[in-house]
Write a protein that binds this ligand. Structure first.
Ligand SMILES: [Zn+2]
Length: 478
């Protein structure tokens, strides 16, 4: 007997869209069959008539339970929201897996561990999330500063244990020097991992920060002049050259400028395994919004740029240059978010994990710019492929985890704070009119949100071991 049957919906599978019924047993999809052909007396049956049945959303970029720097928060001891709160919001937003970070320089709940091994630090980070997450989760491992040789030598072991992506910054305090990056890329490439890169040209950012301060123009609304287009162009292309020399796959987190998208397109035209992510706020806002009252609430580093960049990112998502959407989830309360208002002190990030699917659907699918299959690619499947979870995650197919979202394309809903589920007191999407909304979320066969009502438990989520397919690292596969 099946544990669960979903019938009557329009299902997006890897081989196309159709009217299928789905059978689920022991957390897995065991049947994808023609409508009304599953005779089994299932324990639970869900009627998905009028709904899209999609693979659960995958959020590839979150900062949960992370210490907020005192420069941003204005006071010590502030953390971003807990795994319970963030994963609760995720579940309500149709997201069944998120990838956060372990390692790095930023203090986390477990304190400074920068002298410990990668595996020790992973265990420490896992213990913060285990038993506290409504959805599944994984970690990119962040390498920061002048990374010691012994740490670089541990990369192979970490990849073997299921950590397939390594995050680096080319700016900020955690900037990794290029010589170290060369060694890291080689180790990650040789081990079958992929680099997740925050690329900005540190010299140009620092020069512009000093110039803006000198000229009395260091207000938060000028963030895009410090974290600017040329910096993204040059840094993306340097990283791509390094990836080409070391034969290492690259996942650019938050592509923010049309120049970044062009650099990715050029690399992909050369068949290099280079992938890019767009954040949903960058697909909607421009730096002009920074000037509005409380306008810097929309800010995520690097910086939201010009209308031509917003349009360029949209086009890059539509034409397949960019592979994923994400949020850089970084949830605080508004007093923290707005505490600093200079180019050096505006707090990054916002509570976005719940709003990505409906915002992206509204902007791209309900307007006819992309198909429902392409929507599934940029909200789930591509992240699963690039970051090593496919086909366990990101697919409605026999043998895949039964992570499923029922999405109602006819539900019109205006986003209001009252109906969101993060631990926060603002939303940058307040008043945004969604045409289409996720209504029911299923994690490994268990209904965790049923028609907007939370049914899951913070003990439901598991840590995920990942492994990137060799084909993803050989060519731009998605
Ligand atoms: Zn981030």
């Amino acid at each position: 007997m099946l544990d669960l049957k979903i019938h009557g919906g329009t299902v997006v599978t890897p081989s196309g869209v159709g009217q299928f019924d789905i059978g689920i047993q022991d957390e897995k999809i065991v049947l994808v069959a023609a409508r009304n052909s599953i005779i089994d007396e299932s324990q639970i049956s869900i009627d998905a008539t009028g709904k899209y049945v999609l693979p659960g959303g995958i959020e590839p970029h979150t900062h949960i339970a992370t210490r907020v720097s005192e420069d941003w928060a204005g006071r010590p001891g502030v953390m971003t929201q807990s795994p319970e709160a963030a994963s609760r919001a995720a579940a309500h937003g149709g997201v069944t897996t998120y990838i956060d970070f372990a390692g790095g320089m930023e203090g986390t709940e477990e304190g400074d561990q920068s002298d410990k091994s990668i595996m020790t630090r992973l265990d420490a980070r896992r213990s913060v999330f285990s038993g506290h997450s409504y959805t599944d989760f994984a970690f990119h491992f962040t390498l920061a500063g002048e990374v010691p040789t012994r740490t670089i030598e541990e990369i192979g072991e970490a990849v073997q244990s299921g950590v397939s992506s390594f995050k680096i910054f080319t700016t900020f305090g955690s900037k990794v020097p290029y010589g170290h990056l060369w060694a890291i890329f080689e180790a990650v490439g040789n081990s079958g991992g992929i680099m997740a890169v925050h690329a900005e040209d540190d010299d140009m950012v620092k020069y512009m920060e000093a110039k803006l301060i000198r000229e009395g123009r260091d207000q938060g609304y000028n963030l895009h002049l410090a974290h600017n287009n040329i910096s993204e162009d040059i840094s993306f292309r340097k990283i791509i050259r390094l990836s080409e020399h070391t034969e290492t796959g690259i996942y650019f987190v938050h592509t923010t400028a049309k120049e970044g998208a062009y650099a990715i397109a050029d690399a992909r035209n050369k068949q290099l395994p280079v992938y890019g992510e767009a954040l949903h706020n960058y697909l909607h806002f421009t730096h002009d919004h920074y000037r509005e009252p409380e306008g810097t609430a929309i800010h995520t580093y690097p910086a939201i740029k010009h209308a031509s960049d917003r349009d360029g990112l949209q086009e890059a998502l539509i034409n397949g240059t960019l592979s994923t959407t994400a949020t850089d989830e970084y949830t605080t309360y508004k007093d923290i978010k707005l505490s600093g208002n200079t180019i050096e002190t505006v707090c990054g990030g916002h509570n976005g994990i719940e709003t990505r699917l409906p915002v992206v659907y509204t902007k791209f699918v309900s307007t006819g710019l992309i198909s429902i299959e392409h929507f599934v690619d940029i909200t789930s499947t591509n992240a699963a492929k690039i970051l090593g979870m496919y086909p366990q995650k990101g697919a409605i197919a026999t043998g895949s985890d039964a992570d499923i979202v029922l999405f109602d394309p006819d539900m019109n809903k205006t986003i209001t704070l009252d109906e969101l589920h993060a631990d926060s007191d603002y939303s940058i999407w307040e008043g945004f009119e969604c045409q289409g909304y996720p209504v029911t979320t299923i994690l490994r066969g268990k209904v965790i949100v049923d028609n907007g009502e939370l049914k899951g438990s913070p003990t439901d989520g598991n840590w995920l071991a990942r492994k990137v397919a060799p084909s993803v690292l050989a060519n731009p596969e998605c």
